[in-house]
Design a protein around this ligand. Structure first.
Ligand SMILES: [Zn+2]
Length: 532
């Protein structure tokens, strides 16, 4: 046989074999891919088959493939970003309701109420939330009279961002029988003008006096809010999230059945612990409160209050719960913020994790203030620290007042944890924070607020490298739900979940991260969002 003929025959034999291996159902091309093998950005094409990455190679290699081609528009393709701590239903509700967050003046806030009022003529009530005077030059609260000017025929109730106060109009006060003689409920205050009339601000338990005016949420409302939250998350570039709402199993099943295009890991209420499923549903409980409201449990008094905060749970109850979970191989996530809250939680974990050969990956949510010694215990017992970069940029405005400089040294100590080999997963805690992957990434690598500001004693050395910050939103959230074989990096065999941005967030200037746009969100190889 002629030598050339032999070669031709061989090539013909090889092509079908070869193309069979690399051709999938879809080829993504014209993108800069973050390839796990080299951990660098490379100009490659990706083939997808059965929702997973089938082959990563040069576009030339796919010439023979006839499959659908998706143009990545020169975008930068990263493993799908996952928000490891957020409240999806709340994200949706924030959009459905009148959102008063991020206003720069009282006038702007009132203007938003007015626009909403004009747009929604058939409302029985206006309920809004998220206002706070923090960034206003005039920090006095608005009053009932400001709202009466907008609408005095239906009740208006506007919740302050921290949830500790309502601003209401006169109609809401009248319908709730709050007048000159109404007494303050215990644990609350009806703020009054000098002539004794209520001014429209209701503090803490006084909020309950108007609560009956707010229509209860139906299950349909909840489903709508949850689905909307998922949609918003796709648009922002997330491919998955760990929901921290501590829901009853019945509710989780309803949400699971919505079959949304977002990979959601749920947290269960402890009463339903028997329904935990490793990698799909963990249990969530609370150890303490938050630093802002001085509820986080500290070893020593707050710098600005004669109090050490509060432990919420009963240790014996938690011990019993952990025993049940340990026996079932289940995962738990405990909210713990103060150094004492974290320490007590680790004490309890230690009772079960010391010397065990089980791979349980128990988590602590927030882990904001953790002593050096306790950081080491995270490592020793393989406890995952679930931390929120944007909390640090929000809290930097008050944490020093609450904790004092000395305790700041081990607060929001991302880098210290990572240097000890602790697994950190990154989250936003939306809707407390905004819930945007690029904002979170910016916060993680800069440790400054969105204007570039940081305070004295803010330990910038705790900021993460670009690569570490990428990992806490991709690789480690996959590990935290036992899916590191399937998710978290761009490798053959893993699910094709990608966040595609228009800039290389590994190298651009800090401030440019905030200007970066989502080009596409891809889940299981399906483009679920494209920027128009
Ligand atoms: Zn939360």
């Amino acid at each position: 046989m002629n030598k050339n003929l032999l070669i031709i025959i061989m090539i013909n034999l090889c092509i079908p074999l070869f193309s069979k291996n690399i051709c999938g159902e879809k080829i993504l091309f014209n993108g800069n891919i973050f390839v796990e093998a080299t951990r660098s950005i490379e100009n490659k094409a990706i083939s997808i088959k059965d929702q997973r990455i089938n082959y990563i190679g040069e576009l030339d290699e796919f010439k023979i493939c006839k499959e659908e081609k998706v143009d990545l528009k020169k975008g930068y393709v990263f493993p799908g970003f996952v928000d490891a701590h957020a409240h999806l239903k709340g994200v949706g509700y924030r959009q459905l309701k009148l959102d008063l967050s991020n206003t720069s003046s009282k006038e702007e806030m009132l203007q938003r109420v007015k626009v909403y009022n004009d747009k929604n003529q058939n409302m029985q009530i206006i309920f809004g939330e998220g206002w706070i005077e923090k960034n206003w030059s005039d920090k006095t609260f608005p009053t009932r009279f400001d709202l009466d000017e907008i609408n005095s025929d239906i009740p208006i109730i506007l919740e302050r961002a921290d949830g500790h106060a309502f601003l209401v109009n006169s109609k809401a006060l009248t319908l709730s029988n709050i007048d000159l003689v109404t007494k303050n409920p215990s644990g609350g205050e009806i703020e009054r003008l000098s002539d004794g009339r209520a001014n429209g601000i209701l503090i803490d338990t006084a909020k309950n006096l108007v609560q009956q005016l707010i229509p209860a949420q139906t299950i349909e409302d909840e489903k709508n809010a949850f689905a909307l939250g998922a949609k918003i998350y796709q648009q922002r570039g997330w491919t998955g999230m760990h929901d921290a709402d501590s829901l009853f199993v019945e509710k989780i099943r309803i949400f699971e059945n919505l079959d949304l295009d977002l990979k959601i890991h749920f947290s269960l209420n402890q009463e339903d612990y028997e329904h935990c499923i490793k990698g799909r549903r963990s249990i969530k409980i609370y150890a303490d409160g938050a630093i802002g409201s001085r509820g986080a449990a500290l070893f020593e008094n707050y710098e600005d209050k004669d109090s050490k905060g509060l432990i919420i749970y009963d240790q014996n109850e938690v011990r019993q719960l952990l025993k049940n979970l340990y026996e079932r191989d289940c995962q738990i996530q405990i909210h713990a913020i103060g150094d004492r809250g974290n320490s007590m939680t680790l004490d309890l974990y230690q009772e079960f994790l010391e010397g065990t050969n089980k791979d349980l990956r128990w988590r602590i949510e927030h882990a904001q203030n953790v002593t050096e010694k306790d950081q080491q215990r995270f490592k020793k017992y393989n406890v995952i620290a679930s931390m929120q970069p944007s909390h640090a940029i929000g809290d930097l405005h008050f944490a020093k007042d609450r904790l004092g400089l000395e305790r700041l040294d081990y607060a929001y100590a991302w880098k210290s944890f990572i240097e000890k080999g602790v697994v950190i997963v990154g989250g936003s805690d939306a809707p407390v924070e905004f819930g945007d992957p690029l904002q979170e990434y910016y916060a993680a690598v800069t440790r400054k607020d969105l204007t570039g500001f940081h305070d004295e004693g803010w330990n910038l050395q705790q900021a993460l490298s670009r690569e570490e910050a990428l990992d806490i939103f991709t690789k480690w959230p996959a590990y935290a739900i036992f899916q590191e074989e399937d998710l978290g990096t761009i490798e053959v065999g893993k699910y094709a979940d990608f966040s595609v941005f228009d800039k290389n967030i590994l190298t651009i200037d800090n401030m440019d991260i905030l200007d970066t746009k989502v080009v596409m969100t891809i889940i299981n190889g399906e483009v679920v969002y494209t920027h128009e």
